[in-house]
Design a protein around this ligand. Structure first.
Ligand SMILES: Cc1cc2nc3c(=O)[nH]c(=O)nc-3n(C[C@H](O)[C@H](O)[C@H](O)COP(=O)(O)OP(=O)(O)OC[C@H]3O[C@@H](n4cnc5c(N)ncnc54)[C@H](O)[C@@H]3O)c2cc1C
Length: 164
């Protein structure tokens, strides 16, 4: 949401936010969505990206419409692509704002992890290997910038303390 609004203020003529689910499911504050709309940002709800098209630069994006279905063991409605509903829109710049997961190699470090694959840390941000500390998304479920900065700083303090 911040990227869309910032790029519009920086002078982009047309900004479109493509979102797989519906407006009600969007993980953004309602006020942010309404303010963004007032600023001229268009929302393509229930649309998924199929591919980015272009020779030496982005020229178009191929989208597909989605429908939301209730699936077992899923709390949120799941977007499912509607077959043959593909279409293309012009685009010259794309900002990816996607969720991310812990890299698979992290499990090869042999550290204790929780059921989501995050590294477990104690109150000093120390992992199951006392020589390794962790913070941020890798070591928690809070997933905010504030938590990442805080835990990184606290881990660093504890490393210094324990070295001394
Ligand atoms: C779309 C989106 C919107 C978000 N909006 C907000 C928001 O509004 N407010 C908020 O507080 N949080 C938001 N977050 C969450 C926030 O971005 C994260 O919680 C935060 O960035 C976590 O910081 P981090 O340092 O733990 O990890 P990251 O920011 O992911 O940093 C990890 C870094 O490690 C690098 N890396 C990975 N593997 C290797 C390797 N093998 N070698 C070297 N480097 C490597 C990566 O390239 C990356 O730069 C959002 C996240 C997403 C995806």
């Amino acid at each position: 949401m911040d990227c869309a609004r910032t790029i519009k203020r920086l002078g982009a003529k047309q900004v479109k936010v493509i979102y797989r689910r519906a407006e009600e499911q969007m993980p953004a504050e309602e006020k942010e969505i309404q303010d963004a709309k007032k600023e001229g940002i268009e929302f393509l709800f229930k649309n998924n990206i199929v591919k980015i098209i272009g020779k030496n630069k982005v020229e178009k994006v191929e989208l597909i419409k989605t429908e939301l279905v209730k699936k077992e063991n899923e709390e949120r409605l799941v977007p499912v692509n509607i077959e043959n509903s593909n279409y293309q829109i012009d685009a010259d710049y794309i900002i990816m704002a996607l969720g991310s997961k812990v890299e698979s190699y992290v499990k090869d470090l042999g550290l204790k992890t929780n059921k989501w694959g995050n590294i477990e840390v104690n109150e000093e941000y120390q992992t199951s290997n006392p020589k390794i500390y962790a913070g941020g998304d890798l070591a928690g479920t809070k997933s905010t910038v504030a938590w990442a900065s805080y835990s990184g700083r606290e881990a660093a303090k504890n490393i210094i303390k324990n070295l001394k």
